[in-house]
Design a protein around this ligand. Structure first.
Ligand code: ADP
Length: 483
């Protein structure tokens, strides 16, 4: 891997808490390339004691940072953004090496990740307050917004760079300190971000990156340490529930970006080609490993067969292989991820589903799987309840609008939903009826730093990105002035 980088200094295997350190006790853990199976680095395995020290340093750095002008924070963040974009190729190479997604997608993720830093650098200057007319002649009411303090973050492996910047950028812009535990599968993208943050002038201690295999221990430190005022988490709903319970003991502020079970609906009046392209982008991005990937496709009976045929044609043309070498689909992240795809497929087949294309491991290596479409699916199949998180596309046939809205909403999740239709009345009605935080209409790609991303129901709490994203890291204070 170092040989592939223009700037080898971006590759760091120690933890960062303002200084680059070995873990207490010196433990390390291996990071593997999922495409090739080889170990690409041995990374410091942070302990709870390391986390406690990082939190202490973050606490010490935070007050001074919060006292700087918003303009100063904006300038530092803007430099971080510029450095990320200048290092886009190297960061993408590191990302693909540890995560597996195709290099072009990895570059896209780096630009997406950096966009949050650019956006919140700008937003830092717009954290304003309010003056409310007093409720008595001698009273004046001022509302100010202040940083919450030290923020702890836990993030997954599917977007190793963007899931961190989407939290870190608004937190730092608001005047908070930020202590991150990246996923153990993908720590190198996180430490590379810290190298650039340091170069950009983020004060020592304000930002920490703690790779660790002790996720539970870190979760306990983050929720039990009194210095930590806010926990921001992206990951599965089961782990989100655990962390919410832990956070309850200290009534911590939390943001939760949890699982999804996205429906993708194609109505008879849809533009067929656009719907197929949208389904490809939405289902197979990152090999199906995103929480906004279509998990269930519903196609109205009048367009069903034509859609399946065109969709299958596109899917058959997709290449599977090492993301470093230009394939459309890379490997899945782990053996368990492959097993889940196989389990969902076997369950569906056992209950009468028909495989249209794919349906087996790919010859490219142990973690590669063929993109798969099945039809004749029913509500009793496992993927209805669980996110597959892989290249498995089950297609339902449906008859009417109310039926499909009920099917789409019949889940504990409510993150993203998509539909294709042209009729304006239908577009309006269905957009309003879907119980989701995000709805894509005639598009399969919805992520952008300028829009509020987040879920309803058991998909989460809070929003990330947009002008609302910074609110998660601010407390409102009302000052009652008697004159
Ligand atoms: P995914 O399926 O995306 O891996 P997880 O929810 O399992 O989703 O993991 C997301 C993040 O949560 C990872 O950084 C992981 O290490 C962390 N994590 C997993 N279990 C716990 C836990 N009990 N406490 C704190 N963090 C956890």
């Amino acid at each position: 891997l170092p040989g592939l980088l223009g700037d080898r200094d971006l590759l760091r295997t120690r933890l960062f808490d303002g200084e680059w350190r070995d873990a207490e006790g010196g433990a390390v853990f291996p990071v593997t390339n999922p495409a090739r199976g080889d170990v690409i680095a041995e990374v410091a395995d942070a302990t709870r004691a390391d986390a406690a020290r990082a939190i202490e340093r973050a606490h010490a750095a935070q007050a001074e940072w919060a006292a700087t002008t918003a303009k100063h924070r904006a300038q530092v963040l803007r430099r971080w953004f510029d450095l990320m974009m200048a290092a886009q190729d190297d960061l993408a190479t590191i990302l693909t090496a540890e995560q597996g997604k195709p290099l072009a997608e990895a570059k896209g993720e780096i630009a997406y990740a950096a966009s949050f830093i650019e956006f919140f650098a700008e937003e830092a200057k717009r954290v304003t307050g309010e003056i409310i007319p007093g409720h008595m002649p001698d009273k004046r009411i001022h509302v100010i917004r202040q940083p919450v303090g030290v923020v702890a973050s836990i993030t997954p492996w599917n977007f190793p760079s963007a899931m961190i910047t989407r939290k870190a950028a608004p937190a730092l812009a608001a005047g908070c300190a930020f202590v991150a535990k990246p996923a153990a599968e993908t720590p190198l993208s996180a430490t590379a971000l810290a190298v650039l943050a340091e170069r950009a002038g983020i004060p020592a201690g304000l930002l920490a990156v703690l790779p660790s295999t002790d996720a539970e221990g870190m979760g306990h430190e983050f929720t039990q340490n009194d210095r930590v005022r806010k926990l921001t988490f992206t990951g599965s709903t089961p782990v989100g529930r655990i962390l919410l319970r832990q956070a309850a003991d200290r009534v911590m502020k939390v943001s939760m970006e949890l699982g999804g079970n996205a429906p993708f609906i194609v109505f008879d009046d849809a533009d067929l080609d656009a719907a197929v392209e949208g389904a490809i982008a939405c289902k197979f991005r990152n090999n199906g490993q995103t929480c906004v990937c279509a998990n269930r496709l519903y196609v109205q009976s009048g367009i069903h067969d034509a859609f399946v045929e065109a969709f299958a044609k596109r899917v058959r043309a997709m290449t599977v292989g090492d993301g470093m070498e230009g394939a459309d689909l890379g490997p899945l992240i782990t053996g368990e991820a492959v097993e889940k795809v196989e389990a969902h497929l076997a369950d569906a087949k056992g209950k009468g589903a028909r495989v249209v294309t794919g349906g087996a491991p790919s010859g490219a290596g142990p973690l590669f799987y063929q993109p798969t479409i099945v039809t004749d699916v029913t509500r009793d199949m496992r993927f209805n309840e669980e996110e597959t998180f892989g290249p498995f596309a089950p297609v339902y046939r449906f008859e009417d609008e109310d039926e499909v809205i009920a099917l789409a909403n019949d889940t504990i999740y409510g993150l993203a939903a998509y539909f294709y239709a042209k009729d304006l009345g239908r577009v309006t009605k269905v957009s309003e009826a879907l119980e989701y935080g995000i709805v894509g209409v005639n598009t399969g790609i919805i992520s952008t730093e300028v829009a509020p991303f987040g879920g309803v129901k058991q998909s989460g709490l809070g929003r990330e990105g947009s002008t609302h994203g910074i609110d998660e890291f601010l407390e409102m204070k009302y000052v009652c002035l008697s004159i």
